[in-house]
Design a protein around this ligand. Structure first.
Ligand code: SAT
Ligand code: MN
Length: 592
């Protein structure tokens, strides 16, 4: 295939990839095609170029070596669930909780938008690997994008470059991702998934989960679809290892909706009294898990970097993150200080007397607006993380002993409880609710059902997804125990009942002890809860056993309302709902 624009084609590119890339180049007609190799020299070149094109601001290289600031368009600062589509042949495959579009019509519409869409621009070919090199669970994607910002983010978030071509070999099972900025117009913004073709087309947005196609689009939406077909799970979960003083390592995976503290939890530093305990981060957003030959569930982190929420991140809430983002980090939509550094609400530094806000406008503490966007982000390589687990590079992944579901709930949900068994745990995950956050466009702070924190990310029918979870049980001899947590319960005055952050170690400790059968529990209508004497409150200033009982309390009235509000989701997907979910609901009602 001799397309002058494409030459010279790197020798590692296989004919399937070349054919598809050639088609997309002909469609979008960029002026130039650049094949990314993932090298450091290339990154340095791209950063130079991005600075000269005004895409990035180079920050003070003494204070923040390798760090840059990017401002996205003010109308393009979060995922847009309303413009995100699952385009399966039948509407039923996408299910009642996804926006669905008929694939042929959607391909046509997108082709219309993309035709000549890169004229005058450069198309970057970004080959990337999700998962450790050499892992049978890893997947290759190719993202074609006209955003240099996306290229630089993908280089951090994935294993980008030749490693992907090498992993792919001569196969054609790579994810096809086309990303066109167009005019970054919400009117012409669409994030479309074609799971049956392993294809993603995203237009009109340059931000985060809309544009970094390896993340939510491939690793979760397409991933979950493939997982159902192939017998594994793609989950919105962090993965961490708990090491005890005698060297025992226990791995847990935990699902929380976007902007509910996954990154903080994954990088937790145990409080001083936990001498000899250590938390190791395997992943902080996404887990790919499959039953292993030994009957346990094994997880890998498909990503290589962290796309974390900046506001609220400081040396108190997440010291490891502060070290991670001290170099080689791209900041997006944070405030820019006169010292050429960055700042956000909840930063360790006091608010600057004046600075430039996330929209590039002058800002002072009197402005009465936030200097950083609430969904402003850092993109940092995981290798910067002082608590990075060496197992993050293990192609086999880590065996998971516990799965944790957590939402952001001001009431009702206790700090921690353990489900009675796998099926009950699936019900607990399926009925999870959480208050909406700034990570997605729309109202903030409303409770919505977000099953397994996957509502915006499940690439197929949610009812079948629950069925898939239930079925997996049969392939595990030793399934993980399942827990629900809630760090966000408040008292009547709106004060958080639990200190959270590093103190979550105490919850983790109980969970780990449960996994090893070392600690008792009380049976309640919800599940097993820690006996007060088994839950470590030592050294927790100003927090008494009575406070623990308050944060653990089960209010029957609130739970009646909770069950009714769960029905909202169940009604939506009723015709696909596994009957086990209904039975679990009935059992819960009976216990209440
Ligand atoms: O913008 S992202 O989807 O990558 C972040 C998130 O919402 O979790
Ligand atoms: Mn996420």
């Amino acid at each position: 295939m001799n397309d002058p624009q494409l030459d010279p084609v790197p020798p590692l590119v296989n004919p399937h990839a070349l054919r598809w890339i050639t088609e997309q180049v002909r469609l979008t007609t960029p002026d130039r095609v650049v094949w990314c190799d993932g090298s450091v020299a290339e990154r340095d070149r791209f950063q130079e170029q991005a600075v000269s094109e005004g895409i990035l601001i180079r920050l003070d290289q003494e204070k923040l070596p390798g760090c840059y600031l990017h401002r996205s368009q003010p109308n393009d600062v979060a995922r847009v669930e309303g413009l995100t589509y699952i385009c399966t042949r039948s509407e039923e495959d996408a299910g009642p909780t996804n926006n669905w579009a008929e694939p042929r019509a959607m391909y046509q519409r997108l082709a219309g938008l993309c035709t000549g869409g890169m004229r005058g621009r450069t198309l970057y070919v970004v080959p990337y690997l999700m998962g450790p090199a050499g892992s049978t669970m890893a997947r290759v994607g190719i993202e074609l994008t006209d955003s240099l910002y996306v290229v630089l983010n993908m280089r951090i978030m994935t294993r980008m470059g030749n490693v992907a071509w090498e992993h792919l070999g001569d196969r054609d099972d790579f994810n096809r991702g086309l990303h066109c900025l167009l005019d970054i117009n919400p009117e012409r913004r669409l994030i479309c998934h074609f799971p049956q073709d392993n294809t993603i087309i995203s237009v009109g947005s340059g931000y985060g989960g809309n544009a970094l196609l390896g993340k939510k689009c491939l690793a979760l939406r397409i991933g979950s679809y493939l997982g159902r077909r192939e017998g594994w799970l793609a989950e919105h979960m962090l993965i961490l290892g708990v090491e005890s003083p005698d060297g025992e390592k226990t791995y847990v995976a935990a699902a929380f909706p976007s902007a509910c503290g996954k990154t903080n939890f994954a990088m937790l530093i145990p409080p001083a009294r936990y001498k000899g305990w250590k938390i190791w981060t395997v992943g902080e957003d996404i887990a790919w898990m499959r039953p292993g030959a030994d009957g346990r569930l094994y997880a890998i982190n498909p990503e290589a970097g962290y796309f974390g929420v900046a506001p609220g991140t400081n040396a108190g809430t997440n010291p490891n993150a502060m070290r991670t983002i001290a170099r080689d980090t791209l900041f997006t939509n944070v405030a820019h200080t006169p010292e050429n550094t960055v700042w956000w609400e909840g930063h360790d530094d006091p608010p600057p007397a004046n600075c430039t806000d996330w929209q590039g406008r002058p800002w002072t503490p009197q402005s009465g607006e936030k200097a950083a966007h609430p969904n402003s982000r850092f993109t940092a390589p995981m290798t910067n993380n002082p608590s990075l687990a060496p197992e993050a590079f293990d192609p086999e992944g880590v065996p998971i002993s516990a799965l944790i579901f957590g939402g952001r709930r001001a009431s009702t949900i206790p700090l921690v409880y353990e489900a009675f068994n796998w099926v009950h745990g699936v019900y607990v995950g399926a009925t999870m609710g959480s208050e909406t956050t700034a990570a997605a466009a729309g109202a903030v702070g409303q409770v919505r059902r977000d099953p397994m924190a996957m509502l915006p990310f499940c690439g197929y029918n949610m009812g079948w997804y629950f069925r898939h979870w239930l079925n997996l049980r049969k392939r595990m001899k030793q399934p993980p125990r399942i827990f629900q947590v809630n760090w966000f319960r408040k008292d009547a005055t709106g004060r958080f009942l639990w200190p959270g952050f590093g103190e979550n170690m105490r919850v983790l400790k109980w969970i780990v002890d449960r996994c090893h059968g070392r600690v008792g529990a009380w049976e309640t209508p919800l599940g097993w809860v820690p006996r007060t004497q088994d839950f470590d409150l030592d050294g927790l200033e100003g927090f008494s056993g009575a406070d623990f009982e308050t944060v653990q309390s089960i209010n029957i009235e609130e739970w009646r309302r909770e069950v009714l509000s769960q029905d909202e989701l169940f009604m939506r997907i009723y015709s696909y709902l596994p009957k086990e979910m209904i039975f679990q609901r009935e059992l819960l009602v009976a216990r209440l």
